[in-house]
Design a protein around this ligand. Structure first.
Ligand code: C5P
Length: 244
C-alpha cells in the first residue's frame, strides 16, 4: 500500500459537494477555483447528475471521492465498481458489513478495469458503522458487540480483505490507526476548524486534531462552502494543518 505521509496538503482536504444539481455543484467549484483539488460526490448529487458531474470535475483536473456506500452481493458490487472505475474516480466507498467476499470483489472490479484502461486503480474505502447509530439502534438491528469495538473489528476485516482504508469519525481515528497501521487511509468527516460554526455535527474535531489523531484526509463541507470567503477558509485550514 502507498505511503500516506507524502500526501500533498491540498489532497488532504476533500470538499463535500452536498447539492443535488449540476449547476449548484458547478457554482461551488467555480467559487473555490484553484484552492481545492479534491471533491466528494455523494448519493444525492450522483443520482441526479452523476456522470456529468464526474466528467466536469475530471476535466477541471480535480480528484473525485465517490461516496456511494455500495452494499450488495459480491458479483453486483464487482460490476458496479468496475463501471465506476471507468469514470476515472479516485476514491469509492463500500459497506464493510457487506463482508470479506464483497470487499474482495470490489477491489477485483477496480483492479481489472484500471488495468484494462491503463489508469490508476481507485482506492476503495469501507464504511464501518454509520455514525447515525446509537447503541439502542445498533441493538435493534442485532448488534451484540459495543459499537466502538465493532468499528475496529470491521476496520480490521476491511484491511484483511485488501481494502485501502475506512471512513471514520475523528474520535475513532486514533484506535483505527493503532490497529490498522500506517498505510491505511482514514478519511474523517465531522471536521470543524477553530473559526467555523458547529452546525448539526456532534462528534467533531479540528483539522489539526483529526490529522494528529491519525486521519489521512478530511471531508469538509459547510465550513468551506458556506464561509463568507470560501477560498480564505481553505487557506486558513491549510495554515492550521501545516506541520501535521
Ligand atoms: O458540512 P459538513 O462539513 O458537516 O459536511 C460533512 C460531509 O461528510 C457531509 O457530506 C456529510 O454527509 C458527510 N458525513 C458526515 N458524518 C458522517 C459521515 C458522512 O458528516 N458520519
Amino acid at each position: 500500500m502507498s505511503n500516506l505521509t507524502n500526501i500533498k496538503k491540498e489532497d488532504r482536504i476533500i470538499v463535500a459537494l452536498d447539492v443535488n444539481t449540476f449547476d449548484k455543484m458547478k457554482d461551488i467549484t467555480l467559487m473555490l477555483g484553484d484552492s481545492v483539488f479534491f471533491y466528494k460526490v455523494g448519493m444525492g448529487l450522483f443520482y441526479s447528475a452523476g456522470n456529468q458531474t464526474v466528467a466536469y470535475l475530471k476535466e477541471a483536473g480535480k480528484k473525485v471521492f465517490l461516496d456511494l456506500k455500495l452494499h450488495d452481493i459480491p458479483n453486483t458490487v464487482e460490476k458496479s465498481i468496475a463501471a465506476l472505475t471507468e469514470l476515472g474516480v479516485d476514491l469509492i466507498t463500500v459497506h464493510a458489513s457487506g463482508g470479506r467476499a464483497m470487499m474482495e470483489a470490489a477491489i477485483r472490479g477496480a483492479t481489472m478495469t484500471a488495468e484494462k484502461l491503463k489508469i490508476n486503480r481507485p482506492k476503495i474505502l469501507a464504511v464501518t458503522i454509520l455514525t447515525s447509530f446509537d447503541e439502542k439502534g445498533w441493538e435493534e438491528v442485532g448488534g451484540k458487540t459495543p459499537i466502538k469495538q465493532q468499528v475496529l473489528h470491521l476496520a480490521q476485516l476491511a484491511k484483511g480483505a485488501g481494502v485501502d482504508g475506512v471512513v471514520a469519525s475523528p474520535q475513532e481515528a486514533k484506535s483505527i490507526r493503532q490497529v490498522c497501521g500506517e498505510t491505511f487511509e482514514i478519511v474523517t468527516p465531522g471536521i470543524r476548524p477553530a473559526f467555523a460554526q458547529v452546525n448539526d455535527q456532534k462528534r467533531i474535531a479540528t483539522p489539526a486534531q483529526a490529522l494528529s489523531d491519525g486521519a489521512s484526509r478530511l471531508v469538509i463541507g459547510r465550513p468551506i462552502t458556506k464561509a463568507e470567503n470560501p477560498q480564505m477558509a481553505v487557506q486558513c485550514i491549510l495554515e492550521e494543518i501545516r506541520g501535521n
